[in-house]
Design a protein around this ligand. Structure first.
Ligand SMILES: *Cc1c(COP(=O)(O)O)cnc(C)c1O
Length: 392
């Protein structure tokens, strides 16, 4: 059995479980006296006598440590699918930019979510400067469908960050393809164990590996996975031009972290749901609790059809900026920090960045792997303590 075959099936043709897949993803054939996951290869160039005939030559083009990681991500994003390719990048934004700038030309039109990742407005400015028309519409209600006419690329982010709205990827992808548009899905929040956009009809799945995919808050990484060889060749070419490549150490750490992805994702998902339920039970102070896996959430119905895990991010609002700041201050097990997806819980008042269109008291909370009862108790205590203004 090659490692690639392990991506999908164990003996008897039965699809193997996510935990098994994650722990074996991308591992090379075992070699006597060699480690299971070969260490990072630090090399700017490789021995290359005579004619360059493919293989590793220069470190901006290819690196064996990336190759292992890229195979692993392909096995997670598209188990059992042939011809799928993944390219690793220095960050999520490097991956996003690689798809957008390699696939679009002046005169093209792209549909972005109006409520997506906070760097999308910067991307929009750059695209517009290059003569590419940018349209936006909200993620909720599949509203991007309404501005799709004549577009060349549809960019989907579901669940959206930080509002946690969800759209129907199958429906949007079918509509986009019917009129010749490509479809890319930002899969950062869900991770490939939460949803697999290529199976839902997308041409590209793109993500930041900085968040829950690697989960320890100690590296930045991005990737693009796709199944069209020509399209992926253009993405590869862009990586060579822009040079936004991951370091071997980051790529190796990321691959090592994938082994625990299912454990982390299951625990973080369960913790997020426990927190969402506890917060919903405090309508005296908490409003607009959002979690795609919460029964009754506006995202739940579609999310439950296309997601297997709902991610670790919960959002909610406190009555005012000061109350939200006191709440964050009072938390002991949840660090006040940006980003999400790490093993240690974090939360932040999103408006401090100015970008997202959310209320002053809007909190984005990322559930870590702490014990659920400790986490819920800490959040409820901080909610109560934040009611009183203290001098300390
Ligand atoms: C963080 C994030 C990105 C950007 O990833 P970086 O690794 O920070 O460059 C893109 N999309 C979403 C949804 C994100 O949360």
């Amino acid at each position: 059995m090659t490692s690639g075959e392990f991506g999908a099936r164990a003996g008897g043709g039965k699809r193997i479980g996510d935990g098994t897949r994650a722990v074996r993803a991308g591992l090379p054939e075992p070699v006597k006296h060699e480690p299971a996951l070969p260490g990072p290869v630090f090399a700017a160039h490789f021995h290359l006598p005579g004619e360059p005939t493919g293989g590793y030559a220069y470190g901006r083009d290819e690196n064996p440590t990336w190759t292992h990681l890229e195979r692993a991500v392909s096995e997670l994003e598209a188990p059992g699918q042939d011809g799928v390719e993944t390219l690793a990048f220095a960050s999520g934004m490097a991956a996003v930019s690689a798809v957008v700038f390699s696939q679009l030309r002046a005169g093209d039109a792209v549909v972005l979510p109006g409520d997506g990742y906070q760097a999308l407005p910067l991307l929009r400015e750059q695209l517009t400067a290059y003569g590419i028309e940018v349209r936006t519409a909200p993620t909720a209600g599949d509203a991007q469908l309404e501005v799709l006419d004549g577009a060349d690329l549809l960019w989907i982010e579901t669940p959206s960050n930080p509002g946690l709205d969800v759209c129907d990827v199958r429906r949007l992808a079918a509509a986009a393809h019917a009129q010749g548009a490509l479809v890319a899905v930002d899969n950062t929040l869900a991770t490939p164990l939460g949803q697999r956009p290529l199976e839902l009809g997308a041409d590209f799945t793109v993500a930041s590996g900085t968040k829950m995919l690697t989960g320890h808050g100690d590296l930045l990484l991005g990737y693009v996975t796709g199944h069209d060889a020509d399209r992926m060749a253009a993405v590869r070419r862009w990586r060579k031009i822009a040079g936004a490549i991951p370091g071997p150490m980051e790529a190796w750490l990321a691959h090592r972290s994938l082994a625990t992805l299912q454990l982390r994702a299951d625990r973080q998902t369960a913790n997020a749901l426990a927190l969402a339920e506890a917060l919903r039970d405090r309508p005296d102070v908490v409003t607009a609790v959002r979690y795609p896996g919460l029964h009754g959430d506006p995202s739940y119905e579609i999310a439950s059809k296309q997601m297997e895990r709902y991610g670790c991010v919960v959002s909610f609002s406190l009555p005012a900026r000061a109350r939200a700041e006191r709440f964050l201050d009072a938390l002991r097990l949840v660090d006040d920090a940006t980003s999400f997806g790490g093993v240690r819980s974090t939360a932040e008042r999103r408006r401090r960045w100015g970008g997202d269109a959310v209320p002053e008291g809007f909190i984005r909370l990322s559930a870590g792997i702490e014990d659920p009862q400790d986490l819920v108790a800490d959040v409820l205590r901080a909610l109560d303590e934040s009611a009183q203004v203290t001098d300390s």
